[in-house]
Design a protein around this ligand. Structure first.
Ligand SMILES: NC(=O)c1ccc[n+]([C@@H]2O[C@H](COP(=O)([O-])OP(=O)(O)OC[C@H]3O[C@@H](n4cnc5c(N)ncnc54)[C@H](O)[C@@H]3O)[C@@H](O)[C@H]2O)c1
Length: 466
């Protein structure tokens, strides 16, 4: 495997900086600057909170923001204030890079634009860290692969779900081959009427912006599968349809605030109740027309709201996967069938869990970076053939994607050289393989044919990812 997929130079520079925090390196020594110079493009909710305010507050000794960029000047100005930084603002990304000469570019724009900034960064020999999904189609995927090959620098993909203690426990059991080789998997993810609907209110509802939820959302799930199974996916066959949102609604309007159907619409959402959303989005609509409270029944919505796929892996495991976007509850279930037993895991299923949060509060809690939850214990079932099942209780948190968010940050910025026995760190190959499953599913629905992953990029699937 090409060792360009490692994160060597970026991690080297970050580890030097982290060491410098404890034992200061004189500015300019070894050509190193004292702090990592970071710029961020895309000052929406994810950029300003997780990759913005949280980094500013948690790693002041390690990094500094030297530039922020977005096409919306109003949102940029709000981002600067919200993040508590004092750096120049740019509506032109190229100008930002030329003027600030960063060590790291963080990409948190709309999904379909990630490739532009990733490629420009790598071509300028700057390390890049991108939010998921890596990108939205196979041509852009290949362009990123080509740029990374030519660059001296590396790309990190921010897969936060892997890092939660619950997901890690599943990985540990599989890695130890506690139920033997895995032959088949059932994996089902349910987005509730609040979280699921939120994708249909925004740019995510358009295929050209988010690549459909096969890519935008399921990239998380396919990355987990690839990592858990420790194999590349080989072939995908899928079905999908739009049967609930879009033109399936009884009425529609542009967005919720002026809508004449407020009183009769189950999906009416009053954005004016959220001061943060008002400051980030509504106050800046005049610059780009981005309506954060868009109608879930807009006729232009062209993504799927029910999705089902069969995925065959290079190691011969087969997966049944589904994604539902209008479930009464939010949660997921997985079952691994191994040659020597079975593991069943799930999170948030209300009738299998004790939670005092409403369905509306659940997603907000998951995204919250400030929550100080008590440790919760989440069960999973471990069942060896010809033996009694065991319930394993896994301690985890709810906030910041089950504790995954902060562990990802610490590994990248604070402890880059910490041992990584379960291979949590994700690079370009992981980003590519997870989006290609979703892209293949989309192409399979469009062609009614199985799609081979090998036909979508220059990377050939391997049964052994080590
Ligand atoms: N890992 C996770 O759990 C997670 C959670 C939320 C979002 N995300 C990812 O973060 C990214 C941002 O999502 P968000 O929810 O913050 O969206 P958002 O709509 O709040 O923000 C996107 C920002 O990008 C800007 N933008 C769009 N096109 C641009 C361009 N060409 N140049 C510069 N700026 C541009 C917009 O003006 C906006 O400010 C997405 O890729 C999304 O998939 C990841």
């Amino acid at each position: 495997m090409d060792n360009k997929f490692s994160r060597r130079s970026f991690l080297y520079s970050v580890s030097m900086l982290a060491a410098g925090a404890a034992m200061p390196i004189p500015v300019g020594a070894f050509g190193m600057k004292k702090k990592l110079r970071v710029v961020l493009v895309g000052t929406g909710v994810r950029g300003t909170s997780f990759w913005g305010k949280r980094l500013v507050e948690q790693y002041p000794e390690i990094l500094e923001f030297v530039g922020l960029s977005d096409i919306n000047p109003g949102r940029l100005a709000f981002a600067k204030e919200f993040m508590g930084v004092d750096c120049p603002l740019f509506t032109d990304f190229d100008e930002m890079v030329a003027q600030t000469k960063p060590d790291l570019i963080i990409v948190t724009t709309k999904d379909s634009t990630h490739h532009e900034f990733i490629i420009k960064g790598l071509e300028a020999n700057i390390d890049v860290l991108t939010e998921k999904p890596l990108t939205t189609d196979e041509e852009k995927t290949q362009a990123i692969l080509d740029a990374e090959k030519k660059s001296e620098k590396n790309l990190i993909v921010g897969f936060n779900y892997r890092w939660s203690p619950y997901m890690t426990k599943v990985k540990e059991l599989l890695h130890e081959k506690s139920i033997g080789d895995i032959t088949s998997v059932d994996f089902h993810w349910y987005l509730n009427n609040h979280h699921g609907a939120s994708y249909f209110r925004r740019w995510h509802g358009l295929k050209e912006s988010g690549g459909t939820l096969w890519v935008h959302k399921a990239t998380h799930h396919f990355d987990l599968l690839n990592w858990w199974l420790d194999s590349d996916p080989e072939e995908v066959f899928a079905y999908g349809d739009l049967e609930h949102y879009g033109t399936n609604g009884p009425f529609h309007h542009t967005h919720c605030r002026p809508c004449p159907h407020k009183s009769e619409c189950a999906y009416y959402w009053d954005i004016t109740k959220s001061e943060h959303d008002m400051n980030l989005y509504v106050e800046n609509e005049q610059h780009d027309g981005y309506l954060r409270d868009g109608c879930v029944y807009r006729p232009e919505i062209d993504i799927y709201d029910k999705m089902s796929a069969q995925i065959k892996y290079a190691n011969n495991a087969v997966v049944n996967y589904s994604l539902t976007t209008y479930s009464p509850y939010e949660g997921w279930k997985i079952a691994f069938n191994g040659r020597e037993g079975r593991i069943e895991a799930w999170l948030d299923i209300p009738f299998m869990n004790n939670t005092n949060l409403s369905q509306e509060e659940l997603h907000a809690a998951e995204m919250d970076q400030t929550r100080k939850d008590d440790m919760m214990y989440e069960p999973l079932v471990f069942h060896k053939n010809f033996e009694d099942f065991k319930i394993i209780q896994v301690g985890s948190e709810r906030g910041g994607h089950g504790g995954g968010d902060k562990r990802l940050h610490d590994k990248i910025f604070a402890n880059p050289n910490a041992p990584d026995p379960y291979k949590h760190s994700a690079g370009l190959r992981d980003g590519v393989m997870s989006v290609l499953v979703g892209i293949a599913a989309r192409k399979s629905i469009e062609s009614n044919q199985p799609i081979k992953i090998a036909d979508l990029s220059s990377i050939k699937p391997s049964a052994d990812r080590t």
